[in-house]
Write a protein that binds this ligand. Sequence first.
Ligand SMILES: *Cc1c(COP(=O)(O)O)cnc(C)c1O
Length: 404
Amino acid sequence: MFKVDQIRKDFPILSRQVNGKPLVYFDNAATSQTPQQVIDVIVDYYSNYNANIHRGVHALSQEATDVYEQARHKIQAHFNAKHAHEIIFTSGTTHGINLVANGFSSILKKGDEIIVSALEHHSNIVPWQMLCKRTGATLKVIPMNQAGELEMDVFNELLNQNTKLVFVNHISNALGTINSIEYIIEKAHSVGAAVLVDGAQSCPHIKPDVQDLDVDFYVASAHKMCGPTGVGMLYGKEEWLNKLPPYQGGGEMIAEVTFEKTTYAALPHKFEAGTPNICGGIAFGAAIDYMNAIGFDTIATYEHELLEYATEKLSSIDGLKIYGTSKHKTSVISFNLEGIHPYDVGTILDKLGIAVRTGHHCAQPIMDYFKIPGTVRASFAFYNTKVEIDALVEGVIKAKMMLS
Ligand SMILES: *Cc1c(COP(=O)(O)O)cnc(C)c1O
């Protein structure tokens, strides 16, 4: 049985007050909170075996190397990658996307096409625009409909023999829509295009199986799934990672260096130049252990309950409009009150100790589509409660009274 009160005790931050009120943290899509189990791993690393990895002969370095590589294996197992060397440690989703985009600079040529979706985060738009500029490739966009779902018939029309890459997020951070990536991957492969899936928003809620998906690249950030900031992972199929050139040059990523020529290290080190976020990688592994101990099925079921409860309660407020109404969505609610700027609603909620996100959520094209400056976004995690949702609903009603 899932006992949320028990779970909440794992998160020290959840017992603090904000502006004299108990904190209600509904900004989980921006970053999640960290359980004591992960904090302990971070403290243990710096207290007991902090050292640089892979090079030292001394005991601390070997310990740190072992635990860091164990974390890579945990991530491999979690995503069901075939090989541990297909897991590249990055500083986060943005880094992973840039690494792949940079690699494709040497593969794409003029006339090639890249398809992205209208639901993308800026970090999944800008690197492709830069890549197109460098290579002369063209960027095409899968549009979305009023429910915030991608239009698959248009996607099919966009696909052709020139399509070399398709980039799509698994779950939209602004609207919570779960995209049909299985379908997108299958169709893209049928014309020989590779697919990169941005999993930043899906990994906190579901457990992707990269082999089952047959996805070419998959990226995620630890800080959205109970881990620390500044670390993430790129999964790439071995044959793709071998094909892509290194992203950065430096220590760790070389086999041999002379002034005439450098040969690169084998995977995964080829893509891991310099000293990585060692403690972060280890803590990422601990965060995955923590979430798996609760279980992703349990998490999904409970969060769905929260989503349905909040959707019903918020919808009953007159003049409140929810953006993103797909049947396939995670626990994210983007909304506005008629005639009221989202920032003003967010400010009043903050005074009540309720943390939501307001603005364009790094997804300006989506806001342009709805012709709005932004939304108020409440995003729930498995440690949130219906009592907290009640506080949000009351707060929104209060904001409406004060601002209209
Ligand atoms: C948060 C997020 C990103 C960026 O992640 P970083 O950790 O900031 O690199 C990219 N895509 C989506 C869908 C996100 O939610």
